[in-house]
Design a protein around this ligand. Structure first.
Ligand code: ADP
Length: 268
């Protein structure tokens, strides 16, 4: 038979001592108050981590933009024009990465504080995939994104938020498959839901990471120094999908690519 023991965790307590005054005169009475600040401390710690990661992740693309602009300036001063497109492309790619990072960071804080509002309407799936496909293709122009399935299915959701989920999945598919040239976006139906899957031929994921990657700030450690990222894209995507009444998951094996799928209610 199992026994229930009371759980004793470590609490952070704040002791407040105040001397009491009555009609302006201090008495020899002391008011002691003990406040449980455990939760406040956890939130502060998360905020500190958040700022540390955000600033660290912003440094790389900013350095790339700065370096390329400096080079362009020097080229212009010398009247050289050869190779300026490459410099501009590198700078633009990094600006795009920064934009995505900032959107995700802002969303994380809005989701955490509960201030992110959903504006649902009936939308056709092509409205949430076309723009992300163009954006991701403009950054990772090596990958062709092929769409299979019915783009005209109607779903119910917030267009911008769902576009963000698609952008995050497509960005990851391209980023984590540097040697591949194809990504497949598959659209299907499962009961009263539309199922959207993004399949890549990239590095893949070990089973033990299949749920952890949806945690905030979680990154697979072996990728940390190779791929740019803050570990929040999938966390945000999962929050958005759950908020829409759907689910998101991954099927993957190391070295064999990944398929990220999510469901969203169909408009019936
Ligand atoms: P980021 O990519 O910025 O680190 P995400 O939250 O989007 O953050 O992803 C979390 C982690 O999941 C990544 O660091 C990476 O290790 C892993 N991951 C995400 N997408 C893929 C993918 N398509 N293939 C392999 N690993 C992936």
């Amino acid at each position: 038979m199992a026994h229930a023991f009371p759980y004793i965790g470590i609490k952070r307590l704040l002791l407040n001592a105040s001397q009491i005054s009555v009609d302006g005169a201090y008495k020899n009475w002391i008011l002691l108050a003990i406040e449980d600040v455990t939760e406040r401390h956890v939130i502060e710690k998360k905020k500190d981590d958040f700022i540390a990661i955000a600033s660290h992740e912003m440094k790389t693309p900013i350095t790339v933009v700065q370096g390329n602009l400096q080079l362009l300036e020097r080229m212009l001063n010398k009247g050289e024009v050869a190779g300026y497109e490459t410099r501009l492309t590198h700078a633009m790619e990094s600006v795009e990465k920064l934009k995505r990072l900032i959107i995700n960071l802002l969303d994380t804080s809005q989701l955490t504080s509960g201030t992110k509002n959903k504006m649902p309407s009936v939308i056709q799936i092509d409205q949430i995939i076309e723009q992300p496909m163009r954006e991701v293709h403009s950054i990772f122009n090596k990958h062709e994104i092929r769409v299979i399935g019915d783009k005209t299915l109607n779903i119910v959701g917030d267009k911008n938020q769902l576009m963000q989920v698609v952008t995050n999945l497509l960005t990851n598919a391209a980023k984590y498959s540097p040697d591949a040239t194809q990504i497949v976006l598959h659209i299907g139906r499962v009961g009263n839901y539309a199922k959207i899957s993004v399949k890549d031929e990239g590095i893949g994921l070990a089973k033990e990471n299949h749920t952890r990657i949806f945690e905030r700030f979680y990154r697979v450690s072996s990728n940390d120094n190779i791929f740019f990222g803050a570990g929040i894209g999938l966390y945000i995507s999962q929050q958005i999908v759950i908020d829409h009444g759907g689910t998101i998951w991954v099927e993957s094996e190391i070295g064999k690519g990944s398929v990220f799928s999510f469901t969203i209610p169909l408009s019936i």
